[in-house]
Design a protein around this ligand. Structure first.
Ligand code: KIV
Ligand code: ZN
Length: 513
Protein backbone atom coordinates (compact mmCIF):
# COMPACT_ATOMS: atom_id res chain seq x y z
CA UNK A 1 0.00 0.00 0.00
CA UNK A 2 1.20 3.54 -0.79
CA UNK A 3 1.82 5.69 2.28
CA UNK A 4 0.63 9.27 2.26
CA UNK A 5 2.82 12.27 3.10
CA UNK A 6 1.23 14.99 5.21
CA UNK A 7 2.14 18.41 3.86
CA UNK A 8 2.43 20.91 6.71
CA UNK A 9 2.79 24.44 5.35
CA UNK A 10 4.47 27.02 7.58
CA UNK A 11 4.65 29.96 5.13
CA UNK A 12 2.48 32.02 7.48
CA UNK A 13 4.63 31.26 10.54
CA UNK A 14 8.25 30.30 9.77
CA UNK A 15 8.04 31.99 6.35
CA UNK A 16 6.80 35.16 7.94
CA UNK A 17 9.84 35.16 10.24
CA UNK A 18 12.04 36.30 7.31
CA UNK A 19 12.99 39.90 8.03
CA UNK A 20 10.61 42.04 6.01
CA UNK A 21 8.11 39.28 5.21
CA UNK A 22 5.60 40.21 7.91
CA UNK A 23 2.03 40.19 6.63
CA UNK A 24 -1.20 41.81 7.67
CA UNK A 25 -4.18 39.76 8.86
CA UNK A 26 -5.96 40.15 5.52
CA UNK A 27 -2.86 39.15 3.57
CA UNK A 28 -2.45 36.06 5.74
CA UNK A 29 -6.09 35.14 5.29
CA UNK A 30 -5.79 35.47 1.52
CA UNK A 31 -2.74 33.18 1.50
CA UNK A 32 -4.43 30.71 3.85
CA UNK A 33 -7.36 30.45 1.42
CA UNK A 34 -4.91 29.73 -1.40
CA UNK A 35 -3.18 27.08 0.75
CA UNK A 36 -6.56 25.47 1.29
CA UNK A 37 -7.14 25.44 -2.49
CA UNK A 38 -3.70 23.88 -2.80
CA UNK A 39 -5.03 21.23 -0.38
CA UNK A 40 -2.21 21.35 2.13
CA UNK A 41 -3.02 19.10 5.08
CA UNK A 42 -1.98 21.51 7.83
CA UNK A 43 -1.64 25.31 7.71
CA UNK A 44 0.58 26.74 10.44
CA UNK A 45 -1.25 30.05 10.56
CA UNK A 46 1.05 31.86 12.97
CA UNK A 47 2.36 32.13 16.48
CA UNK A 48 -0.68 33.38 18.36
CA UNK A 49 1.15 34.54 21.50
CA UNK A 50 3.75 36.55 19.57
CA UNK A 51 1.56 39.62 19.05
CA UNK A 52 -2.08 40.71 19.08
CA UNK A 53 -1.89 40.95 15.29
CA UNK A 54 -0.80 37.34 14.95
CA UNK A 55 -3.45 36.22 17.43
CA UNK A 56 -6.14 37.89 15.31
CA UNK A 57 -4.70 36.41 12.12
CA UNK A 58 -4.70 32.85 13.53
CA UNK A 59 -8.24 33.38 14.78
CA UNK A 60 -9.50 34.64 11.41
CA UNK A 61 -7.82 31.76 9.56
CA UNK A 62 -9.19 29.22 12.04
CA UNK A 63 -12.70 30.57 11.42
CA UNK A 64 -12.38 30.64 7.61
CA UNK A 65 -10.55 27.42 6.72
CA UNK A 66 -12.51 24.18 6.61
CA UNK A 67 -10.51 21.69 4.53
CA UNK A 68 -7.05 21.97 6.10
CA UNK A 69 -6.17 21.67 9.78
CA UNK A 70 -5.13 25.04 11.25
CA UNK A 71 -2.18 25.14 13.63
CA UNK A 72 -0.65 27.72 15.96
CA UNK A 73 2.91 27.63 17.24
CA UNK A 74 3.41 27.97 21.01
CA UNK A 75 6.51 28.01 23.15
CA UNK A 76 6.37 25.37 25.86
CA UNK A 77 4.62 27.53 28.44
CA UNK A 78 1.08 27.94 29.76
CA UNK A 79 0.46 31.43 28.35
CA UNK A 80 1.52 30.60 24.80
CA UNK A 81 -0.51 27.41 24.76
CA UNK A 82 -3.58 29.17 26.18
CA UNK A 83 -3.33 31.94 23.56
CA UNK A 84 -3.03 29.35 20.80
CA UNK A 85 -6.04 27.41 22.06
CA UNK A 86 -8.10 30.63 22.26
CA UNK A 87 -7.13 31.68 18.74
CA UNK A 88 -7.98 28.22 17.39
CA UNK A 89 -11.38 27.98 19.11
CA UNK A 90 -13.47 28.27 15.93
CA UNK A 91 -11.36 25.86 13.82
CA UNK A 92 -12.88 22.85 12.07
CA UNK A 93 -9.62 21.00 12.83
CA UNK A 94 -7.11 22.57 15.20
CA UNK A 95 -3.54 21.73 16.12
CA UNK A 96 -1.18 23.19 18.73
CA UNK A 97 2.51 23.00 17.88
CA UNK A 98 4.59 23.44 20.99
CA UNK A 99 8.37 23.50 21.12
CA UNK A 100 11.39 23.85 23.37
CA UNK A 101 15.08 23.71 22.53
CA UNK A 102 16.93 20.49 23.40
CA UNK A 103 20.49 21.04 22.17
CA UNK A 104 23.13 21.67 24.84
CA UNK A 105 24.01 24.97 23.19
CA UNK A 106 20.44 26.27 23.22
CA UNK A 107 19.62 24.94 26.70
CA UNK A 108 22.75 26.40 28.29
CA UNK A 109 23.19 29.64 26.39
CA UNK A 110 19.67 30.62 25.37
CA UNK A 111 17.24 29.06 27.83
CA UNK A 112 19.68 28.84 30.77
CA UNK A 113 17.92 25.68 31.86
CA UNK A 114 19.20 22.25 32.83
CA UNK A 115 18.24 19.25 30.69
CA UNK A 116 16.00 17.98 33.54
CA UNK A 117 14.14 21.31 33.60
CA UNK A 118 13.67 21.20 29.83
CA UNK A 119 12.37 17.62 30.02
CA UNK A 120 9.89 18.58 32.75
CA UNK A 121 8.71 21.68 30.87
CA UNK A 122 8.25 19.72 27.64
CA UNK A 123 6.11 17.10 29.44
CA UNK A 124 3.98 19.66 31.29
CA UNK A 125 3.41 21.69 28.14
CA UNK A 126 2.28 18.75 26.05
CA UNK A 127 0.00 17.61 28.90
CA UNK A 128 -1.46 21.10 29.17
CA UNK A 129 -1.91 21.41 25.40
CA UNK A 130 -3.60 17.99 25.22
CA UNK A 131 -6.14 19.19 27.81
CA UNK A 132 -7.06 21.97 25.41
CA UNK A 133 -6.84 20.32 21.97
CA UNK A 134 -6.57 16.68 20.84
CA UNK A 135 -4.04 17.26 18.07
CA UNK A 136 -0.68 18.25 19.59
CA UNK A 137 2.65 18.44 17.79
CA UNK A 138 5.92 18.68 19.68
CA UNK A 139 9.25 19.95 18.31
CA UNK A 140 12.62 19.76 20.05
CA UNK A 141 14.13 22.97 18.66
CA UNK A 142 17.65 22.47 17.28
CA UNK A 143 16.73 18.79 17.45
CA UNK A 144 19.33 17.66 14.92
CA UNK A 145 22.17 19.10 17.03
CA UNK A 146 20.79 17.61 20.25
CA UNK A 147 22.30 14.70 22.16
CA UNK A 148 20.41 11.63 20.84
CA UNK A 149 20.18 9.98 24.31
CA UNK A 150 18.59 13.07 25.83
CA UNK A 151 16.36 13.54 22.78
CA UNK A 152 15.08 9.96 23.12
CA UNK A 153 14.12 10.62 26.76
CA UNK A 154 12.28 13.84 25.88
CA UNK A 155 10.44 12.40 22.89
CA UNK A 156 9.39 9.21 24.66
CA UNK A 157 8.04 11.33 27.53
CA UNK A 158 6.05 13.72 25.33
CA UNK A 159 4.54 10.86 23.33
CA UNK A 160 3.44 9.39 26.67
CA UNK A 161 1.84 12.76 27.47
CA UNK A 162 -0.14 12.57 24.22
CA UNK A 163 1.86 14.35 21.50
CA UNK A 164 0.51 12.88 18.27
CA UNK A 165 3.17 14.35 15.95
CA UNK A 166 6.89 14.50 16.66
CA UNK A 167 8.67 17.00 14.46
CA UNK A 168 12.46 16.99 14.20
CA UNK A 169 13.80 20.40 13.18
CA UNK A 170 17.16 21.00 11.60
CA UNK A 171 16.83 24.53 12.92
CA UNK A 172 20.11 25.87 11.56
CA UNK A 173 20.26 23.89 8.31
CA UNK A 174 23.32 21.88 9.41
CA UNK A 175 22.22 18.40 8.33
CA UNK A 176 23.26 16.41 5.27
CA UNK A 177 20.76 13.99 3.72
CA UNK A 178 22.18 10.56 4.60
CA UNK A 179 22.99 11.55 8.19
CA UNK A 180 19.66 13.29 8.75
CA UNK A 181 17.74 10.26 7.46
CA UNK A 182 19.71 7.95 9.77
CA UNK A 183 19.19 10.33 12.69
CA UNK A 184 15.39 10.10 12.33
CA UNK A 185 15.52 6.34 11.75
CA UNK A 186 17.62 5.78 14.90
CA UNK A 187 15.28 7.87 17.04
CA UNK A 188 12.28 5.91 15.79
CA UNK A 189 14.05 2.62 16.44
CA UNK A 190 15.21 3.52 19.93
CA UNK A 191 12.03 5.11 21.31
CA UNK A 192 9.71 2.35 22.54
CA UNK A 193 6.45 4.26 21.90
CA UNK A 194 7.64 5.83 18.59
CA UNK A 195 4.83 4.12 16.67
CA UNK A 196 2.22 6.09 18.67
CA UNK A 197 3.18 9.30 16.86
CA UNK A 198 3.41 10.63 13.31
CA UNK A 199 7.04 11.62 12.56
CA UNK A 200 7.77 14.86 10.84
CA UNK A 201 10.78 16.75 9.46
CA UNK A 202 11.41 20.50 9.45
CA UNK A 203 14.54 21.49 7.54
CA UNK A 204 16.14 24.87 7.01
CA UNK A 205 18.09 25.63 3.86
CA UNK A 206 21.34 27.19 5.07
CA UNK A 207 23.45 24.76 3.03
CA UNK A 208 20.88 24.43 0.24
CA UNK A 209 19.90 20.91 1.34
CA UNK A 210 16.50 21.44 2.98
CA UNK A 211 14.54 19.56 0.30
CA UNK A 212 17.10 16.73 0.08
CA UNK A 213 17.23 16.43 3.88
CA UNK A 214 13.43 16.33 4.13
CA UNK A 215 13.24 13.58 1.51
CA UNK A 216 15.95 11.60 3.31
CA UNK A 217 13.99 12.04 6.54
CA UNK A 218 11.09 10.41 4.73
CA UNK A 219 12.87 7.67 2.80
CA UNK A 220 15.58 6.66 5.29
CA UNK A 221 14.01 7.91 8.52
CA UNK A 222 10.39 6.92 7.92
CA UNK A 223 8.92 10.40 8.57
CA UNK A 224 5.49 10.91 7.04
CA UNK A 225 5.01 14.65 7.52
CA UNK A 226 7.10 17.34 5.78
CA UNK A 227 7.12 20.93 6.99
CA UNK A 228 7.71 23.40 4.17
CA UNK A 229 6.91 26.84 2.80
CA UNK A 230 5.84 28.34 -0.51
CA UNK A 231 8.90 29.55 -2.46
CA UNK A 232 11.06 28.18 0.38
CA UNK A 233 10.36 31.38 2.32
CA UNK A 234 11.77 31.43 5.82
CA UNK A 235 14.42 32.68 8.21
CA UNK A 236 17.90 33.21 6.74
CA UNK A 237 18.16 30.91 3.68
CA UNK A 238 14.59 29.74 4.20
CA UNK A 239 12.79 26.45 4.71
CA UNK A 240 12.21 23.35 2.62
CA UNK A 241 10.33 24.55 -0.45
CA UNK A 242 6.82 23.10 -0.82
CA UNK A 243 6.77 23.20 -4.60
CA UNK A 244 10.11 21.41 -4.91
CA UNK A 245 9.44 18.70 -2.37
CA UNK A 246 5.91 18.02 -3.67
CA UNK A 247 6.99 17.90 -7.32
CA UNK A 248 9.92 15.63 -6.42
CA UNK A 249 7.51 13.20 -4.74
CA UNK A 250 5.09 13.37 -7.67
CA UNK A 251 7.59 13.32 -10.55
CA UNK A 252 9.69 10.51 -9.02
CA UNK A 253 6.79 8.45 -7.70
CA UNK A 254 8.55 5.49 -9.33
CA UNK A 255 11.23 5.87 -6.64
CA UNK A 256 9.43 7.38 -3.63
CA UNK A 257 6.15 5.48 -4.02
CA UNK A 258 4.42 7.96 -1.72
CA UNK A 259 1.14 9.84 -2.21
CA UNK A 260 0.50 13.55 -1.58
CA UNK A 261 -2.90 15.24 -1.52
CA UNK A 262 -1.71 18.53 -3.11
CA UNK A 263 -3.53 20.02 -6.10
CA UNK A 264 -0.37 20.88 -8.00
CA UNK A 265 -2.19 23.19 -10.43
CA UNK A 266 -2.47 25.66 -7.54
CA UNK A 267 1.30 25.81 -6.99
CA UNK A 268 2.15 28.72 -9.31
CA UNK A 269 -0.81 30.87 -8.16
CA UNK A 270 0.30 30.23 -4.55
CA UNK A 271 3.89 31.12 -5.38
CA UNK A 272 2.87 34.37 -7.07
CA UNK A 273 0.55 35.33 -4.27
CA UNK A 274 3.26 34.83 -1.64
CA UNK A 275 5.87 36.67 -3.74
CA UNK A 276 3.56 39.59 -4.43
CA UNK A 277 2.41 39.82 -0.82
CA UNK A 278 5.83 39.68 0.78
CA UNK A 279 7.88 41.34 -1.95
CA UNK A 280 10.26 38.35 -1.88
CA UNK A 281 10.73 37.96 -5.59
CA UNK A 282 11.23 34.44 -6.97
CA UNK A 283 14.56 34.02 -8.76
CA UNK A 284 14.03 33.22 -12.48
CA UNK A 285 15.92 29.93 -12.32
CA UNK A 286 14.10 28.66 -9.21
CA UNK A 287 12.85 25.09 -9.67
CA UNK A 288 9.15 24.70 -10.56
CA UNK A 289 8.03 28.30 -9.95
CA UNK A 290 10.84 30.42 -11.45
CA UNK A 291 10.01 32.30 -14.66
CA UNK A 292 12.58 30.19 -16.55
CA UNK A 293 11.66 26.84 -15.00
CA UNK A 294 9.92 25.77 -18.22
CA UNK A 295 11.62 28.13 -20.69
CA UNK A 296 13.77 26.51 -23.34
CA UNK A 297 16.22 29.05 -24.71
CA UNK A 298 18.82 27.08 -26.59
CA UNK A 299 18.03 26.07 -30.13
CA UNK A 300 18.82 22.41 -29.50
CA UNK A 301 16.46 22.26 -26.53
CA UNK A 302 13.68 24.12 -28.35
CA UNK A 303 13.98 21.77 -31.28
CA UNK A 304 13.87 18.75 -28.98
CA UNK A 305 10.82 19.98 -27.04
CA UNK A 306 8.93 20.74 -30.25
CA UNK A 307 9.58 17.19 -31.48
CA UNK A 308 8.83 15.49 -28.16
CA UNK A 309 8.23 17.36 -24.89
CA UNK A 310 9.84 14.64 -22.83
CA UNK A 311 13.26 15.29 -24.36
CA UNK A 312 13.91 18.20 -22.00
CA UNK A 313 10.81 18.36 -19.76
CA UNK A 314 10.26 16.12 -16.76
CA UNK A 315 7.12 17.97 -15.62
CA UNK A 316 4.39 19.75 -17.56
CA UNK A 317 4.11 23.50 -16.93
CA UNK A 318 0.32 23.33 -16.83
CA UNK A 319 0.43 20.62 -14.12
CA UNK A 320 2.01 23.09 -11.69
CA UNK A 321 -0.33 25.90 -12.66
CA UNK A 322 1.55 27.86 -15.31
CA UNK A 323 -1.17 29.43 -17.45
CA UNK A 324 -1.24 27.96 -20.95
CA UNK A 325 -2.95 30.86 -22.73
CA UNK A 326 -0.91 33.83 -21.65
CA UNK A 327 -3.05 36.68 -22.97
CA UNK A 328 -6.39 36.74 -21.30
CA UNK A 329 -8.42 39.91 -21.30
CA UNK A 330 -8.54 43.38 -22.84
CA UNK A 331 -10.50 46.60 -23.02
CA UNK A 332 -13.61 44.98 -24.47
CA UNK A 333 -13.84 42.15 -21.95
CA UNK A 334 -16.95 42.19 -19.83
CA UNK A 335 -17.63 41.66 -16.14
CA UNK A 336 -18.51 37.98 -16.59
CA UNK A 337 -15.28 37.22 -18.44
CA UNK A 338 -13.38 39.03 -15.69
CA UNK A 339 -15.17 37.06 -12.95
CA UNK A 340 -14.53 33.79 -14.79
CA UNK A 341 -10.83 34.63 -15.09
CA UNK A 342 -10.67 35.36 -11.36
CA UNK A 343 -12.23 31.95 -10.70
CA UNK A 344 -9.74 30.26 -13.06
CA UNK A 345 -6.89 31.94 -11.22
CA UNK A 346 -8.28 30.70 -7.92
CA UNK A 347 -8.90 34.24 -6.66
CA UNK A 348 -11.92 34.39 -4.37
CA UNK A 349 -13.16 37.90 -3.65
CA UNK A 350 -15.40 37.82 -0.62
CA UNK A 351 -18.13 40.27 -1.64
CA UNK A 352 -19.79 41.62 -4.81
CA UNK A 353 -18.53 45.05 -3.77
CA UNK A 354 -14.95 43.73 -3.94
CA UNK A 355 -15.61 42.22 -7.38
CA UNK A 356 -17.07 45.53 -8.57
CA UNK A 357 -14.12 47.50 -7.24
CA UNK A 358 -11.66 45.07 -8.85
CA UNK A 359 -13.58 45.21 -12.14
CA UNK A 360 -13.50 48.99 -12.30
CA UNK A 361 -9.73 48.90 -11.61
CA UNK A 362 -9.42 46.34 -14.39
CA UNK A 363 -11.25 48.69 -16.77
CA UNK A 364 -8.97 51.57 -15.80
CA UNK A 365 -5.94 49.39 -16.43
CA UNK A 366 -7.33 48.14 -19.75
CA UNK A 367 -7.69 51.75 -20.90
CA UNK A 368 -3.97 52.23 -20.38
CA UNK A 369 -2.63 48.80 -21.35
CA UNK A 370 -3.95 46.82 -24.31
CA UNK A 371 -3.30 43.25 -23.14
CA UNK A 372 -4.15 42.22 -19.61
CA UNK A 373 -2.29 39.09 -18.50
CA UNK A 374 -2.95 36.79 -15.56
CA UNK A 375 -0.12 38.42 -13.63
CA UNK A 376 -1.75 41.84 -14.13
CA UNK A 377 -5.02 40.55 -12.73
CA UNK A 378 -3.33 39.08 -9.66
CA UNK A 379 -1.45 42.35 -9.05
CA UNK A 380 -4.64 44.32 -9.47
CA UNK A 381 -6.57 42.16 -7.03
CA UNK A 382 -3.72 42.34 -4.54
CA UNK A 383 -3.80 46.10 -4.85
CA UNK A 384 -7.54 46.04 -4.37
CA UNK A 385 -7.18 43.92 -1.26
CA UNK A 386 -4.72 46.44 0.16
CA UNK A 387 -7.06 49.31 -0.57
CA UNK A 388 -9.99 47.47 0.94
CA UNK A 389 -8.14 47.32 4.24
CA UNK A 390 -8.85 51.04 4.56
CA UNK A 391 -5.19 51.86 4.59
CA UNK A 392 -4.21 55.01 6.42
CA UNK A 393 -1.91 56.31 3.67
CA UNK A 394 -3.23 56.19 0.10
CA UNK A 395 -1.82 57.66 -3.07
CA UNK A 396 -4.33 60.01 -4.72
CA UNK A 397 -2.36 61.61 -7.53
CA UNK A 398 1.19 62.01 -8.74
CA UNK A 399 2.85 64.03 -11.45
CA UNK A 400 6.52 64.35 -12.15
CA UNK A 401 8.81 66.04 -14.57
CA UNK A 402 12.18 64.79 -15.70
CA UNK A 403 14.28 66.10 -18.52
CA UNK A 404 17.84 65.45 -19.63
CA UNK A 405 20.21 67.70 -17.73
CA UNK A 406 17.53 68.94 -15.29
CA UNK A 407 16.84 67.80 -11.75
CA UNK A 408 13.59 65.77 -11.65
CA UNK A 409 10.66 67.14 -9.68
CA UNK A 410 7.55 65.37 -8.32
CA UNK A 411 4.18 66.59 -7.01
CA UNK A 412 2.37 64.06 -4.85
CA UNK A 413 -1.14 64.09 -3.39
CA UNK A 414 -1.85 61.43 -0.77
CA UNK A 415 -4.35 60.77 1.96
CA UNK A 416 -3.35 60.24 5.58
CA UNK A 417 -6.58 59.05 7.18
CA UNK A 418 -9.11 61.79 6.45
CA UNK A 419 -6.48 64.43 5.65
CA UNK A 420 -5.31 65.15 2.13
CA UNK A 421 -1.67 66.16 1.76
CA UNK A 422 -0.13 67.98 -1.19
CA UNK A 423 3.61 67.91 -1.35
CA UNK A 424 6.50 68.27 -3.78
CA UNK A 425 10.23 67.73 -3.98
CA UNK A 426 13.25 67.44 -6.23
CA UNK A 427 15.28 64.27 -6.32
CA UNK A 428 18.04 62.38 -8.13
CA UNK A 429 15.37 60.76 -10.27
CA UNK A 430 11.56 60.88 -10.39
CA UNK A 431 11.22 57.99 -7.92
CA UNK A 432 13.59 59.66 -5.48
CA UNK A 433 11.71 62.95 -5.89
CA UNK A 434 8.35 61.26 -5.13
CA UNK A 435 9.65 59.48 -2.04
CA UNK A 436 11.34 62.68 -0.82
CA UNK A 437 8.09 64.57 -1.36
CA UNK A 438 6.20 62.08 0.85
CA UNK A 439 8.95 62.10 3.47
CA UNK A 440 9.05 65.91 3.55
CA UNK A 441 5.50 65.81 4.93
CA UNK A 442 5.59 62.69 7.10
CA UNK A 443 9.21 62.75 8.32
CA UNK A 444 9.06 59.11 9.37
CA UNK A 445 12.84 58.75 9.35
CA UNK A 446 12.43 55.18 8.05
CA UNK A 447 15.56 53.75 6.46
CA UNK A 448 15.17 52.18 3.01
CA UNK A 449 16.86 48.77 2.88
CA UNK A 450 15.65 47.66 -0.52
CA UNK A 451 14.10 49.16 -3.62
CA UNK A 452 13.37 46.84 -6.53
CA UNK A 453 11.33 47.04 -9.72
CA UNK A 454 10.14 44.01 -11.66
CA UNK A 455 8.14 43.78 -14.82
CA UNK A 456 4.99 41.83 -13.93
CA UNK A 457 4.87 40.29 -17.38
CA UNK A 458 7.98 39.76 -19.43
CA UNK A 459 8.71 40.64 -23.03
CA UNK A 460 7.22 44.12 -23.41
CA UNK A 461 7.67 47.67 -22.15
CA UNK A 462 3.88 47.73 -21.85
CA UNK A 463 4.23 45.63 -18.71
CA UNK A 464 3.14 46.93 -15.32
CA UNK A 465 6.02 47.58 -12.97
CA UNK A 466 5.85 45.92 -9.58
CA UNK A 467 7.89 47.76 -6.99
CA UNK A 468 9.02 46.44 -3.62
CA UNK A 469 10.24 48.80 -0.93
CA UNK A 470 11.74 47.47 2.30
CA UNK A 471 11.85 49.91 5.20
CA UNK A 472 13.41 49.68 8.63
CA UNK A 473 12.30 51.71 11.58
CA UNK A 474 12.44 51.23 15.35
CA UNK A 475 13.97 47.75 15.00
CA UNK A 476 11.27 46.56 12.61
CA UNK A 477 11.59 45.68 8.94
CA UNK A 478 8.58 45.73 6.58
CA UNK A 479 7.96 45.37 2.86
CA UNK A 480 5.58 47.44 0.77
CA UNK A 481 4.51 46.43 -2.73
CA UNK A 482 2.87 48.57 -5.44
CA UNK A 483 1.98 47.88 -9.07
CA UNK A 484 1.21 50.26 -11.93
CA UNK A 485 2.16 50.69 -15.59
CA UNK A 486 3.93 53.88 -14.42
CA UNK A 487 6.83 52.78 -12.21
CA UNK A 488 7.00 56.13 -10.42
CA UNK A 489 3.37 55.69 -9.36
CA UNK A 490 4.09 52.05 -8.43
CA UNK A 491 7.02 53.26 -6.31
CA UNK A 492 4.96 55.83 -4.43
CA UNK A 493 2.27 53.20 -3.79
CA UNK A 494 4.89 50.73 -2.54
CA UNK A 495 6.42 53.36 -0.25
CA UNK A 496 3.04 54.28 1.27
CA UNK A 497 2.15 50.60 1.64
CA UNK A 498 5.36 50.00 3.62
CA UNK A 499 4.58 53.04 5.81
CA UNK A 500 1.12 51.60 6.47
CA UNK A 501 2.72 48.39 7.69
CA UNK A 502 5.16 50.23 9.92
CA UNK A 503 2.25 52.13 11.37
CA UNK A 504 -0.03 49.22 12.17
CA UNK A 505 2.02 46.10 12.94
CA UNK A 506 2.43 45.56 16.65
CA UNK A 507 5.67 44.26 18.19
CA UNK A 508 6.20 40.53 17.86
CA UNK A 509 8.05 38.00 19.94
CA UNK A 510 10.53 35.96 17.88
CA UNK A 511 9.84 32.22 17.81
CA UNK A 512 13.46 31.25 18.06
CA UNK A 513 14.60 34.23 20.09
O1 KIV B 1 13.32 25.75 12.94
C1 KIV B 1 12.78 25.46 14.01
O2 KIV B 1 13.37 24.86 14.92
C2 KIV B 1 11.39 25.87 14.19
C3 KIV B 1 10.69 25.31 15.37
C4 KIV B 1 9.92 26.34 16.10
C5 KIV B 1 9.87 24.14 14.95
O3 KIV B 1 10.85 26.57 13.37
ZN1 ZN C 1 11.99 26.63 11.48
Amino acid sequence: MTDRIIIFDTTLRDGEQSPGASMTKDEKLRIARQLERLRVDVIEAGFAASSDGDFEAVKAIAAAIKDSAVCSLARANVRDIERSAQALEGAARARIHTFIATSALHMEQKLRMTPEQVLEQAKQSVRFARDKIADVEFSPEDGYRSDPDFLCRVLEAVIDEGASTINIPDTVGYAVPALFGEFIRDLRQRIPNADKAMWSVHCHNDLGMAVANSLAGVMVGGARQIECTINGLGERAGNCSLEEVVMALKTRKDYFNLAVGIDTTQIVPASRLVAQTTGFVVQPNKAVVGANAFAHASGIHQDGVLKARGTYEIMRAEDVGWPTNKMVLGKLSGRNAFKQRLRDLGVALATEAEVNAAFSKFKELADRKSDIFDEDIIALVMDESLASEHEHYRLLALSQHSETGKRPHANVVFAAGETEWRTESDGNGPVDASVKAIESKLQTGAEMLLYSVNAITSGSTESQGEVTVRLQHGGRVVNGVGADPDIVVASAKAYLSALNKLRTNAERVAAQG
